[in-house]
Write a protein that binds this ligand. Structure first.
Ligand code: G6P
Length: 606
C-alpha cells in the first residue's frame, strides 16, 4: 500500500520525509518521490525503485519545506518514473501525492484532454493536479475542495502550490491521513508510524475533511467549507517501538512481545474486589447489558477469526448468543439491524475499509457498535460508540500475531464483564481472572520451546498442503493457524471443523497431506481423538497441538504441548505454537516474512 508523508516547518524537510517514507516501506512499494516548494517554484524528484534510488537522484540542492513525499504500490499504470508520485500539473505549479483510487479518473482525464491538457502518466491520481491547477478558487484549500466535489473515489491527498509555498493542503476520504503537531512545525502522514520519531501529538482527519497545514498550525474544514473542531491524541509509542531490534523479522519480534502485550491488555482492568473487570472505554450500563439479546462481531482476516473466538468466549461466559461474520459479507447483504443486538467491530489497524463500512452501515440504521481496536484514535475506533483498546503496541509485520492474541484476551475481558452482570458467579469470575493473569508467563514458557518448533517447521515445510482442524473454540484457532501458514509461507493450508473432515476433505488426506490438529485435554478430547484415528487410517501425518496428553502417544507424528489454562482461555495459548510454526516454515522456505507477496497490512480500499 502506498505511503504518504509531508513536513512544513523551519527544518530541511528532506531527511524528515525520507525517514518517514522509510518507516512506511514495510508496506511494500515500487517507486518513490518527493516535491518541495521554494521561492523558485516547485521541484519534484521521483523514481521507480527503492528509497535509496531516490536518495541517489536527489542531490544536495534538493531541500527545503514544505515538502511532500510518497511511496507508490502500482495499481493504475506500470511502476515507472512517470507514474511515480508526486504528480504535477502542466505548468508545474501544483504537486500532489495521493493514496486511494479515483474512480472517475477516465472521464476526468478525457475532459482535461479535450480542453488541451497533456497528461504525463497513466495514473488515476494525476488528474487531481491538473484539475486543482485549473480551479479559479482564491486559495489552495478552496481549489482542492472544489475539485474534490467532482471526484468520485477514495483519497488521502497532499497538495503543494507554488503560489502558496507556506502550506500543505491535505484531504481525506477513505484513505487515512494523520497530522503530527510539533513545536512550530507540522507533519503529515498516512500512518502515525511515520511521525512518532518527531512528535507524539497527532490529529486524525475524518472522511470528507480538508486541512490547510502551516508551520504554526492547521485549520480543518468539511468539503463544503465549514470549519471543524479537532481533538489531539497522544501516541504512547516512541520511534523505538517500530524498530526491529535484534530480530531478523518484525513477525518474530511481535510473536516474542506477546507476554508484555497481554499484560498491557489486562493492565488496570481487573477489579478483584468484585471478581470482574472494569472497561473504561465502553459506556454500557448494567441495564444495557441485560437488555442485550445478541452480540454480532465483525472483522476481516485475523480480526474476523479473533471475532469467531470472541463469540465462543461471550457465549460460554456471558451466555449471550454471539457470532462473527466477515465485515465485507455483512455490509453487502443489507443486514437487519436489531435494537437489542450489540455489534462489535474488530480491527488491528482501525482503518480496514470493509470493517469501517460495516460500522457505518450499522450506525446509519440506528445500531450500536463497540470497537475492539489496536490503533488508538484510528478511524474505526472513532467511528464506534466506545470500545476497548487492545494495547498490543505497534504491529508492523503484515501478518497479525500479538494483536490477534491480545484481541482474544480483550474478548475474555469483555465476556467476563458482561458475564458478571448476568449469570457468571464470582467463583467463575475469580477462576478466569486467575487464568488471565497467568497467561503472560505461560506464553513466555511456550516461546522458550521455540527451537523444537523451528525444527518441526523445517520438516513440515517440505509438504505442499496442510489441513488444520479443531472443535468448538479450537476451530477458530485452526482457522487462524492455517491463515498464518498461508500468508507467510505460501503453503496451501485449509482449516475445517474437525467433524467436517469426513464430509469432504478426508478425500485429500494421504501421506503427503499433514494435518495440524488442535487437541486440548478438555471435554472434547475423545471426539478429537477419533478424528486423529480417521487421519491415521489414511496415513495422514498429524501434528497435535494440545496439552501434552499421554493419550496422544502413538497416534500422531508430532505433539506440541502448551500449558493448561481454563478451557475458555485455552485457545489463547494453543495459537502461539501455530504462529511459530508458520514463521519458521516461512523462514525455512526463504519467504519475505514481513511483507508477504500480494498482501498489505492495512487494506483501506474495497
Ligand atoms: C489485512 C492484513 C491482515 C489483517 C486484515 C484486517 O488483510 O494483512 O493481517 O488481519 O487486513 O486488518 P485489521 O487492521 O482490520 O485487523
Amino acid at each position: 500500500m502506498c505511503g504518504i508523508v509531508g513536513y512544513v516547518g523551519p527544518r530541511d524537510g528532506v531527511p524528515i520525509a525520507l525517514g518517514g517514507l522509510q518507516r512506511l516501506a514495510y508496506r511494500g512499494y515500487d517507486s518513490a518521490g518527493l516535491a518541495v516548494a521554494g521561492r523558485s517554484g516547485l521541484k519534484v524528484i521521483k523514481t521507480r525503485g527503492k528509497l535509496v534510488d531516490l536518495e541517489r537522484k536527489l542531490g544536495a540542492r534538493f531541500k527545503g519545506s514544505p515538502i511532500i513525499g510518497h511511496t507508490r504500490w502500482a495499481t493504475h499504470g506500470q511502476p515507472n518514473d512517470d507514474n511515480a508520485h508526486p504528480h504535477l500539473d502542466e505548468s508545474g505549479r501544483i504537486a500532489i501525492v495521493h493514496n486511494g483510487i479515483i474512480e472517475n479518473a477516465a472521464a476526468l482525464r478525457e475532459r482535461l484532454q479535450a480542453s488541451g491538457a497533456t497528461l504525463a502518466s497513466q495514473t488515476d491520481s494525476e488528474v487531481l493536479a491538473h484539475l486543482i491547477a485549473a480551479s479559479d478558487a482564491s486559495d489552495l484549500e478552496g481549489a482542492v475542495r472544489e475539485v474534490l466535489g467532482v471526484v468520485e473515489g477514495t483519497y488521502g491527498l497532499l497538495v503543494l502550490s507554488a503560489d502558496q509555498p507556506d502550506r500543505i493542503v491535505v484531504a481525506r476520504m477513505g484513505s487515512p491521513v494523520v497530522l503530527g503537531v510539533g513545536d512550530r512545525e507540522m507533519f503529515v502522514a498516512s500512518d502515525v508510524a511515520a511521525l512518532v520519531r518527531y512528535t507524539q501529538r497527532v490529529v486524525y482527519l475524518d472522511d470528507g475533511e480538508t486541512a490547510s497545514v502551516q508551520a504554526r498550525g492547521f485549520q480543518t474544514h468539511t468539503l463544503d467549507a465549514h470549519p471543524t473542531e479537532k481533538e489531539t491524541f497522544a501516541v504512547h509509542w516512541g520511534g523505538d517501538a517500530y524498530e526491529r531490534g535484534s530480530y531478523e523479522h518484525y513477525m518474530h519480534k511481535e510473536i516474542h512481545e506477546q507476554p508484555q502485550a497481554v499484560e498491557r491488555a489486562l493492565r488496570g482492568r481487573i477489579d478483584a474486589r468484585f471478581d470482574t473487570v472494569q472497561l473504561g472505554g465502553i459506556d454500557l450500563s448494567a441495564r444495557d447489558v441485560l437488555g442485550t439479546r445478541r452480540i454480532k462481531i465483525l472483522g476481516c482476516g485475523s480480526g474476523y477469526y479473533a471475532g469467531l473466538s470472541g463469540a465462543h468466549l461471550i457465549e460460554s461466559l456471558a451466555r449471550v448468543p454471539a457470532d462473527a461474520e466477515p465485515a465485507s459479507e455483512f455490509r453487502y447483504r443489507n443486514p437487519v439491524i436489531e435494537p437489542d443486538t450489540l455489534y462489535i467491530a474488530v480491527s488491528q489497524s482501525g482503518e480496514t475499509f470493509d470493517t469501517l463500512a460495516a460500522v457505518h452501515e450499522i450506525k446509519r440504521k440506528g445500531g450500536r457498535v463497540l470497537g475492539i481496536v489496536n490503533v488508538v484514535g484510528s478511524t474505526i475506533a472513532r467511528a464506534c460508540d466506545g470500545g476497548i483498546y487492545v494495547h498490543a503496541g505497534p504491529e508492523v509485520s503484515v501478518t497479525s500475531t500479538k494483536t490477534f492474541t491480545s484481541t482474544l484476551v480483550t474478548f475474555a475481558l469483555l465476556s467476563l464483564h458482561i458475564g458478571r452482570i448476568r449469570d457468571l458467579g464470582p467463583r467463575d469470575g475469580r477462576r478466569l481472572i486467575d487464568a488471565m493473569r497467568a497467561l503472560p508467563e505461560q506464553i513466555a514458557r511456550i516461546l522458550e520451546a521455540e527451537a523444537e518448533l523451528a525444527d518441526l517447521a523445517r520438516r513440515y515445510s517440505e509438504y505442499e498442503h496442510a489441513f488444520f482442524v479443531g472443535r468448538a473454540n479450537g476451530y477458530p484457532a485452526a482457522l487462524e493457524g492455517a491463515q498464518k501458514l498461508k500468508e507467510v509461507s505460501y503453503l496451501h493450508a485449509e482449516a475445517y471443523p474437525a467433524a467436517e473432515l469426513k464430509h469432504g476433505p478426508l478425500a485429500l488426506v494421504s501421506s503427503q497431506t499433514p494435518t495440524v490438529a488442535i487437541v486440548p485435554s478438555d471435554h472434547l478430547f475423545d471426539k478429537n481423538l477419533s478424528t486423529l484415528h480417521e487421519l491415521r487410517a489414511r496415513k495422514g501425518p498429524i501434528v497435535a497441538v494440545g496439552h501434552g496428553d499421554p493419550r496422544l502417544e502413538g497416534i500422531c507424528e508430532d505433539a506440541i504441548g502448551v500449558p493448561r489454562s481454563e478451557p475458555e482461555l485455552d485457545p489463547v495459548l494453543l495459537g502461539i505454537p501455530l504462529q511459530l510454526l508458520a514463521y519458521h516454515c516461512a523462514v525455512a522456505l526463504g519467504r519475505d516474512v514481513d511483507q508477504p507477496r500480494n498482501l498489505a497490512k492495512s487494506v483501506t480500499v474495497e
